[in-house]
Ligand binder design. Structure first.
Ligand code: GDP
Length: 446
């Protein structure tokens, strides 16, 4: 089984434990495992192929950092690429268009996909989280039980449903829902269309007719995430025939690996907006590509692993930097990096407060009129320098200083203060280095 792709990757790659760049062979070995895993997760063959190709291009030649194994490195690349495949570049994928009240949302899908349940879950979410007034209506005239089901769920979650009138056609119900939503001052009305076991002409025609009279802001297709490839085929067909704006994948709490999710975006181009994670009314979640990626990879701790790898990489960079500082190679770029870091860490006071014995100094710095706007101004001055000047501040003579100060909209005296500070910091770094490993710098870098 595909229980742990991460273990598999590590197993294969860690035997290689070569340092340096990932070789073609390393990557190919790993990708064979990824491919099998994807196919086991019911990702379609063309999608798996495209995915592998994308990863291959990214992975080959990447440097393997000392602190992560080649396996971990490849896992990270696979994970990142998977997130990209799942989400595409659309940052607003999870948003619903529900402005212009009353906004119609058309819910479509096969019978048993979880359409009615999802309609109610989404209504609850819109009512509770987004404070919308929601009206739900069932258009399933073939199955009175389905209409009842929605009414019961409505009562349960405290969302209004359109009263059932026997003998109406779906289009008549849709029109009545629209009218009721308008008169009743609802923000959203949701239309739960009839489902069938298979896509047939009548079903499509019905949904298309309802679409034409209500002009939905969103047409959400509900598909069973456990059905893998079939889910993608269903989505393609619905989209061709009636056009969908987004997908809700249900039963993502089940045993399936969620391969459908990976194919869905790649094949249909439609964003997955929500995932269903159980039968309960609040078991609906916005789509998080990272979580699904973790699931497909079969590793619960992928995120922490990746983060750890990242941290280690950062720590290595910090260590490298420190080695240079200790040798007195602290240039303006380094200073800029430090200033920006300080801004992130809550300013001078914040960072110095973290260094043992520096609290007093932080106070002095503050008393000297050093606040966070100074940090920004100093960064601006450094940005105004040329590459050469940043790398070697010793060349900063009068004419260069004038140009830099003017460029940043400041005085030469401001620049002189910065240069002085740079020199003092460079000296301080050197001294700290001599104080030995585990000294203040290490603390500060954490
Ligand atoms: P419809 O025919 O498409 O309207 O499907 P229903 O909404 O009636 O759902 C069919 C069954 O699937 C019901 O028993 C639901 O409780 C269940 N169901 C729906 N969504 C989910 C989900 O995300 N996870 C799980 N485990 N069950 C779900």
């Amino acid at each position: 089984m595909f229980e742990s792709l991460s273990d598999r990757l590590s197993g294969v790659l860690d035997k290689l434990t070569k340092q340096g760049a990932l070789s073609d062979a390393d990557v190919s070995t790993a990708l064979r495992e990824v491919r099998v895993a994807l196919l086991e997760a019911d990702v379609s063959l063309p999608v798996a192929r495209d995915f592998i190709k994308a990863v291959q291009e990214k992975a080959t030649g990447q440097n393997v950092t000392k602190s992560v194994t080649p396996g971990q490195q490849v896992v990270k690349i696979v994970h990142d690429e998977m997130v990209h495949f799942l989400a595409g570049d659309d940052a607003n994928a999870g948003q619903l268009k529900i402005d212009n009240a009353p906004a119609p949302i058309l819910m479509v899908g096969l019978q048993g996909s979880g359409k009615t349940t999802t309609t109610a879950k989404l209504a609850k979410r819109l009512a509770e989280r987004d404070k919308k007034r929601v009206l739900m209506a069932s258009l399933d005239t073939n199955r009175p039980a389905a209409m009842e089901q929605l009414a019961i769920l409505g009562t349960q979650i405290g969302v209004d449903t359109l009263p059932i009138i026997k003998g109406e056609t779906p289009v008549q119900i849709a029109k009545r829902a629209k009218q009721q939503a308008t008169l009743g001052g609802y923000d959203v009305y949701m239309l739960d269309t009839a489902g069938r076991l298979h896509i047939d002409q009548e079903l499509i025609q019905q949904a298309a007719d309802v679409r034409d009279v209500t002009k939905p802001r969103e047409t959400l297709l509900v598909v069973d995430g456990l059905t893998g490839q079939d889910a993608v085929n269903v989505a393609t067909e619905f989209d061709d025939k009636i056009g969908v704006s987004g997908v809700v994948l249900t039963r993502m709490d089940g045993d399936g690996r969620g391969g459908a999710a990976l194919s869905m975006k790649a094949v249909t181009g439609k964003p997955i907006k929500f995932v269903g994670l159980g039968e309960k009314m609040d078991a609906l979640e916005e789509f998080h590509p990272e979580r699904i990626a973790g699931r497909i990879l079969g590793m619960g701790d992928i995120v922490s692993l990746v983060e750890k790898a990242q941290e280690t990489i950062e720590a290595e960079q910090a260590e490298k930097m420190m080695k240079r500082f200790v040798k007195g190679q602290f240039n303006m770029n380094d200073l800029k990096g430090q200033l920006e870091q300080m801004q992130k860490m809550g300013g001078m006071e914040g960072i110095m407060g973290m260094m043992p014995g520096m609290k007093k100094m932080a106070k002095q710095v503050e008393d000297a009129g050093f606040d966070d706007s100074v940090l920004k101004r100093q960064v601006a001055l450094i940005q105004s320098m040329t590459k050469k000047e940043r790398a070697n501040p010793a060349i900063l003579q009068a004419s260069r200083k004038k140009r830099i100060a003017r460029g940043a909209g400041m005085e030469v005296s401001d620049l002189n203060k910065l240069i002085k500070m740079h020199r003092q910091m460079a000296d301080m770094m050197k001294k700290m280095g001599k104080m030995g490993k585990g000294g203040m710098m290490k603390q500060a870098m954490k």
